[in-house]
Design a protein around this ligand. Sequence first.
Ligand code: ADP
Ligand code: MG
Length: 455
Amino acid sequence: SWIRICSRLKGEVGEVEYRTWLTKIALGPVDGDEITLLLPTRFLRDWVRSQYGDRLSELWNQEVSAIRRVELQVARPGDPVAPPLALEEKTTDASTAPQADSEDAPRVAPEVKSDIAAVLDSRFTFDTFVVGKPNEFAYACARRVAEKPSSVGFNPLFLYGGVGLGKTHLMHAIGAELLQSGTVSVAYMSAEKFMYRFIAAIRSQSTMEFKEQLRSVDVLMIDDLQFLIGKDNTQEEFFHTFNALVDAGRQIIVSADKSPSDLSGLEDRLRTRLGCGMVADIHATTFELRISILESKAAASGVVVPSKVLEFLAHKITSNVRELEGALNRLIAHANLFGRPVTLEATQDVLHDILKAHDRRVTIEEIQKKVAEHWNIRLTDMSSARRARAVARPRQVAMFLAKQLTSRSLPEIGRKFGNRDHTTVMHAVSRVTELMERDTAFAEDVELLRRMLES
Ligand code: ADP
Ligand code: MG
């Protein structure tokens, strides 16, 4: 039955997670209605308990109805233990090879051994960062920390802002500046990398090494901290590292997509500490900043791009600098390849697909408005609780169109419709799809609305 439970778990959580966490479990004694499962370390026990505890109990109970409870314990030497199970075939990839066969020969995962020193992108420096109103505060803070790390009031430095607005760029710029000034050791990694390194360290039982490495740096930079939402154990580890470093007078720099107080899903005590130093946000770009960035990148490329074209791009691509840069790079590549001057016409042609994607950016509010007008209902009914068909159907169509025409997630769409939950939106989407198949008049209505919204 344990074998069946294991293979079901493996199916549910996926190969990698299974191999990382669950092959470490050994069967302990059964006592009445309780079975004990043993794990090699306290950390693993806590992790398995928090992530898989309930599911393990359920599965055991389904397999062996006499068992009602699963107790997770740390194995002690001499515990009567059934050998852990290796369900997987041998793989040839050494780095992901099953870890279940031998506990007494810990393998050191290559990631942990490798140096923790920062690998920085040499393009991301202060020199290449274009400063404007939306980012001048963050820029000033970054410069300040690069000059004088660990000064009071600037530790930690917390940079936040939307995607592609320059957080990573600024962090690398700080790192490059610090390394140039000589003495300090700098570690930079994404929160995701932090987690994988941490997991690898646990797997190879080298967490001490990992912690020591982390705690020996002068400056630690963690990028995209929002990744740790819901990853409680890694958060906990980060929290301890954070405290150890700050207490020792080292500089921490963190970036995220939201401010500490808005990062719900991070532990309160961590959020509190993150907000204790300097919090700097990078705002969405303005037209002026987009123009300056384009000018600076065009100049660096050596290709002459007329200001008309730059203005056109800055008008069209407003979401983030990465996309803006991507569009410009493509223009430049074309110009170089075909030796033709960049013109507005050529731009529209070369960037046809990108521009189209940006044209189609419809908001949920617009969709709600158009749909309400079309069926002659009040706009407020899009978010009201009324369930009469005459109101509910258009509302479903609006949800359907929101799903199709915007990149919003189901929960986000639900929130815009009077805080409905994502299953309601899912239901609306399948209901409308179904109706469109059956009722051609209805289908034409929806199509018409879609075309109006897209144009
Ligand atoms: P984030 O980390 O906030 O998602 P990045 O730092 O990766 O964004 O920036 C995305 C791209 O845009 C990078 O290539 C970066 O160099 C560029 N970029 C962003 N802001 C600026 C700026 N103010 N000046 C110059 N380049 C910028
Ligand atoms: Mg980034």
